[in-house]
Design a binder for this molecule. Sequence first.
Ligand code: NAP
Length: 326
Amino acid sequence: MRQVIIIGSGPAGFTAAIYAARANLTPLLIASSVEAGGELMNTTEVENFPGFPEGIMGPDLMAKMQEQAEKFGTEVVYDDVTALDLAGDVKTVTLGSGAVHEAESIVFATGSAPRKIGIEGEQRLSGHGVSYCATCDGFFFREQQIAVVGGGDSAMEEATFLTKFASKVYVIHRREELRASKIMQERAFANEKIEFVWNSEIIDILGGDSVTGVLLRDTVDGSTRELPLTGVFVAIGNDPRTHLVHDQLDLTEHGTIWVDGRTSRTSQPGVFAAGDVVDPTYRQAVTAAASGTTAALDVEHYLAARADAGAPAPDASEIDGLTDAA
Ligand code: NAP
C-alpha cells in the first residue's frame, strides 16, 4: 500500500508530487495515457510563470516539473484511472491496464477541460490560431483581427483583455443577448475595438497552416458568410474533470470539488483535491501549483495524525506491490 497516490499530471499534480516526494512519502503519480501534462501541453510559450523571464514552452515546463518530481522519488505511471474507491481507510485506484493500487491518501488533481465547439477546423488549427486561453496566447495577435466565441463572463473578459493586442476583436455569440454579468457587458460594449456578431455560430474554421477566417451561420435565418480573421479564442465555458468522483465527493455549485476553506480537504477523509478541479475562478498554472503544495502538506498532516492514532505505516516492501485485477 502507498502512502499517497496523486491523480493528474498538470502543475497541481506535479507540485504535490515534488512536495510529497521530498517528505519521503514515495508518491505514485498517475498521468493520463493520452493527456499527460495537462492544459499546458496545449499552450505554446508560457510567459507568466515566475522564474522564466525569457518564457518557456508549456510542454518544456511540464517536463521540468516531472523531472523535479522524479528526482525526489516520484513514480509516474502513464495510464488512465478507470475506477476509484475513496471510502474507508484504504483507497483503491483501478487503472486501464487492470492494475489496482492501494493508498492511505489520494490527491485528486485532474484539472478542467475547456469546452470545445466541436467542429473539424477547431481541432486541426488548435495552437495555430485557435486558442482557449487569452492570457496565454493574446500577445501573439498584435494588430490582428481576431474573434472570441461565447457570451458569458469568460468571453467578455477575454475579449476585453485581447483588445490590448489585437486591432479588432469580434465577439461571436449564438444569441442576441449576453449571459455575462452587467458590468462585464458594459465594459465590452464601451470598448471601441470590440464588435459584436449576434445570432451567429461558427460552423467551420478556415485555413491551411493557420487560421484565415471562420464560416458563420446566422442562427435566425440560416444564412452563411465568411469572416476573415487570424485568431479564434473559444470561451464557451470550462468543465472540471470530476466524472470519476462526482458520486463520492461533494461538489460545489460550479461543479468543482468542494474543499474545506483554504485547505485541500474534500468531503472524504484522506482525499485531497488541488488545481483547476477545485478552482472555478483563477485557473492559472501558478495558482494550480500553489494548491498542489497545499494538498501535499495536508496529506503530510493527515498521515502524521493517522500514525499518531496508531494506523500501521505501509510496509516498504509493499510500496511497489500491485494487485493485478486482470
Ligand atoms: P458560461 O457562463 O457558462 O457562458 C458560456 C457562454 O458560451 C454562454 O454565453 C453560452 O451561450 C456560450 N456557449 C456555450 N456552449 C456553446 C457552443 N457550443 N457554441 C457557442 N456558444 C456556446 O461560462 P463562462 O463564461 O466560462 O463563465 C463560467 C463561470 O465563471 C460563470 O459563473 C462566470 O460568472 C464566472 N466567471 C467570472 C468572471 C469574473 O467575474 N471576472 C470571469 C470569467 C468567468 P448561451 O448564453 O446561449 O448559453
